[in-house]
Design a protein around this ligand. Structure first.
Ligand code: PLP
Ligand code: COI
Length: 362
């Protein structure tokens, strides 16, 4: 991986949020509405490389109306979290995995690649200056959003020669309320196709998912589940998270990484933890009809969504035009789901030993 000797100029805001107001803001954070005082920003220009790295007051960007990202959506992002840990510190979870995926997304979108150490330095520098914004309540964390936009002013369709890499952060609580999530199975919209951008974390994937997400709300559901685009038969992932199911033979099953779904870092961690806890793990195509049958006859017992924002969110039921698949009583989170959630969050918050080297102290 490329390395950089670029360091960040630190320019603390002259107008920080007063401590009592900050305490109010982070007491009950709503996902993605409140932001910390600073941002990290680095510029890129062809021939010059990455330059002007700084941590500075969070403020609006000024963009020419012909800036490339506004027209052709050359944009990628990441999602990660920093936690208050048991010992009173602050730590992020597997940031090198996010840095690697960010580079992979950049490559797919023909963008400049951010060196992995620069990515981690940007995140760490921002979290360090805004560490008082990391909430410490149960299930709370600082959600970190690194992103990159094509900033060249040009309407020709080609990879931009200039980019902005920016990191912002937002104190958050649970993405979903408590209890189980209900999921609508989309049978008319696809999220991604072979050869497309499904495995990249680019804004366009999310823009394309919104109409299906809205449809899921119309059906009274919290989230949408996409099927493969060729046959509308095999389960892929949800709008903003991966999905897993527990069979009655104690096997955890999840769709394989075939290039059309996002390779979730939470997904990867759960698969490892599940194996260590004695579960069998299968990354295999899951036929939606077999899943519906299996939920009815008890073969499939539990279901959950997993991702940085969602952590592990139990799924009570899947709905589609032909009917409903209910897991357990549809209201009570599954036992194994809760065990995996506790195992994962205990590591992230330093309540249990970090045997995998996943916890990155800041
Ligand atoms: N799939 C999609 C479409 C996502 O947006 C996310 C969230 O980032 C995930 C899966 C889960 O990925 P991760 O566990 O790395 O957050
Ligand atoms: C994340 O979990 O980081 C995401 O990007 C998903 C989105 C629902 C916020």
């Amino acid at each position: 991986a490329p390395v950089t000797d670029l360091s960040f100029a630190i320019e603390p805001t002259t107008n920080p949020t007063p401590a009592d107001h900050r305490a109010d803001l982070i007491a009950k954070p709503v996902f993605g509405r409140v932001f910390t005082d600073h941002m990290a920003i680095v510029k890129y220009k062809e021939g010059k490389g990455w330059h002007d790295a700084k941590v500075t007051a969070r403020k609006p960007l000024t963009l020419d109306p012909a800036t490339a990202v506004l027209h052709y959506a050359q944009e990628i992002f990441e999602g990660m979290k920093a936690y208050c840990t048991e010992n009173g510190g602050v730590a992020s979870f597997r940031p090198e995995a996010n840095a690697r995926r960010f580079r992979a997304s950049a490559e797919r979108m023909a963008m400049a690649e951010v060196p992995e150490d620069l990515f981690i330095k940007a995140v760490d520098s921002l979290v360090a200056i805004d560490r008082d914004w990391v909430p410490s309540g149960e299930g709370q964390s600082l959600y970190i959003r690194p992103f990159m936009i094509a900033s060249e002013v040009f309407l020709g369709v080609k990879p931009s020669s200039e980019y902005l890499f920016i990191v912002i952060a937002s104190p958050v609580g649970a993405y979903f309320g408590s209890g189980c999530v209900s999921v609508w199975v989309s049978d008319d919209y696809s999220r991604a196709a072979p050869g497309g951008t499904g495995a990249a974390k680019c804004g366009g994937n999310y823009a394309a998912s919104l109409v299906a997400q809205r449809e899921s709300k119309h059906h009274g559901c919290d989230q949408v589940l996409f099927l493969d685009s060729r046959e509308q038969r095999f389960i892929e992932e949800m709008g903003g998270m991966n999905v897993m199911f527990l069979r009655d033979d104690n096997t955890l099953v999840t769709p394989p990484l075939t290039g059309t779904i996002l390779p979730g870092i939470t997904r990867d961690a759960i698969l490892q933890l599940a194996k260590e806890r004695g579960l069998r793990v299968e990354e295999t195509p899951i036929d939606i009809n077999e899943l519906f049958e299996g939920a009815a006859n008890g073969r499939y017992r539990e279901a959950f969504a997993c991702g940085t924002a969602a952590v592990i969110s139990p799924i009570g039921s899947l709905k589609r035009a032909e009917g409903e698949a209910v897991f357990g009583d549809g209201k009570t989170p599954g036992e194994v789901t809760l065990m995996l959630k506790k195992t994962l969050t205990d590591i992230q918050t330093g309540r249990s030993n970090d045997e995998h080297g996943w916890v990155h102290r800041i």
